[in-house]
Design a protein. Structure first.
Length: 400
């Protein structure tokens, strides 16, 4: 966003000057008029070329921390600009400090907080901006920020739990593949040299392992290229709507992991929708925002169908039933919430329940994976070693 140097006068006749960021001259003049400054001259500063190693990423924890601290300060009665100035100075993230400082400048120039936040979409998503906007319009910004802080903290905790549960088996699988590859490419060839001079007929398992080792060594480069191309192709496929939908459907059908992902997705959907509705956001707008943050294409499509259903005067329950993702208990509770006018409370109760279910699913997954991994690793390593020692047992038996 360009920087403009301006000069002008206040209503009292005092000459003022300074610098301000704006999309164009028209926006700058509007901001200054809102701040009761009559513009006399505007000059756009030349843009300078900066070399950078890349934009510093702002982590979710930094946004959650900012929201909690901001809510506390606003609730204590501090002016908004002063709150933003303090938060910009004390943030641990350089990227977050820069964003907060820019938000402060915009608010100081006369824009609403929601509008100032909307200019940083990579940091503050639609859900965040719409809740702040509802809080400003309703005069309850402090309570909305507290609600938003609680939502973000719970959402972040849920993501960490699910991610932690999925990282463990992924790491174990990588270790298993690495150990197997190491044995086949370095250890098995040593045995192959020993068996080459024996001249005896080798057992079937030994032949299979030796053949696999020889194939892996002869085609290691081609195999590596294949896996890289497959990974790149899968990444591009997942970025398409159909690819994302196919992968999400497959993940939901996986044993153990699918159940965990389904419960996590239901918890996120109900928590997000319940928070938006209780904050004063209209049901249609809340559903559209929730669809963008669903994290699962299957559920996202169901939410979009619900938007069309409500627009036609129907309920949101039927489209959710048709997906087959939501258990009957969830759809029935949502239906009751719609009929009684307490949909937001019902959605938050469902979210609380499924957060506990996610905790239980994570514990169950961890306890089951550990013995399975031990058996899996032991079976691979043990199978290779036994197949290598079988010829020795035959030789010893013949000598005996």
């Amino acid at each position: 966003m360009p920087i403009f140097e301006y000069k002008g006068k206040t209503l009292a006749g005092t000459t003022v000057s300074g610098e301000l960021k704006a999309r164009d001259r028209g926006e700058l003049e509007k901001l200054l008029r809102n701040n009761k400054i009559l513009v006399s001259s505007v000059i756009k500063k030349p843009s300078s070329i900066k070399l950078s190693l890349g934009r510093k990423k702002i982590k979710k924890v930094h946004i959650s921390r900012f929201t909690r601290q901001f809510a506390t300060m606003i609730g204590a009665g501090l002016p908004m600009v002063q709150c933003l100035e303090i938060l910009a100075q004390q943030s641990d993230s350089a990227g977050m400090r820069k964003v907060i400082a820019q938000v402060k400048e915009s608010v100081q120039a006369g824009t609403t907080l929601a509008e100032a936040l909307s200019r940083h979409k990579k940091t503050f998503d639609d859900l965040y901006v719409n809740m702040v906007d509802a809080g400003e319009i309703g005069g309850a910004l402090d309570s909305i920020l507290i609600r938003l802080a609680v939502y973000r903290e719970k959402a972040d905790a849920l993501v960490r739990k699910v991610r932690g549960a999925l990282i463990y088996p992924a790491v174990i699988l990588i270790v298993a593949i690495g150990a197997t590859t190491l044995m086949l490419t370095y250890i098995v060839p040593i045995f192959a040299k020993m068996f080459s001079g024996v001249g005896a007929e080798l057992p079937g398992p030994t032949k299979f392992v030796l053949g696999l080792s020889q194939f892996l060594r002869a085609n290691s480069l081609a195999g590596l290229i294949f896996f890289v191309l497959a990974a790149v192709g899968l990444r591009f496929y997942v970025r398409t709507d159909q690819g994302r939908l196919t992968i999400d459907k497959l993940l939901l059908k996986l044993p153990l992991i699918g159940d965990l992902l389904r419960k996590s997705a239901i918890s996120r959907f109900t928590r997000t929708l319940g928070t938006l509705i209780s904050s004063g956001v209209s049901i249609l707008e809340a559903l559209e925002i929730t669809a963008k943050t669903a994290g699962n294409k299957v559920i996202q499509n169901a939410i979009k169908k619900s938007v069309l259903s409500i627009a036609e005067g129907e309920t949101i329950t039927q489209p959710l039933k048709e997906t087959g993702v939501f258990p009957p208990m969830v759809t029935q509770m949502i239906s009751v919430g719609e009929k009684t006018g307490g949909l937001d409370d019902m959605l938050n109760k469902i979210a609380d329940f499924y957060e506990e279910e996610v905790d239980a699913a994570v514990s169950a997954l961890t306890s089951i994976i550990e013995p399975v991994v031990i058996i899996f690793m032991g079976g691979i390593v043990g199978g290779i070693l036994i197949s290598m020692y079988l010829p020795m047992f035959d030789i010893i038996g013949k000598i005996g």
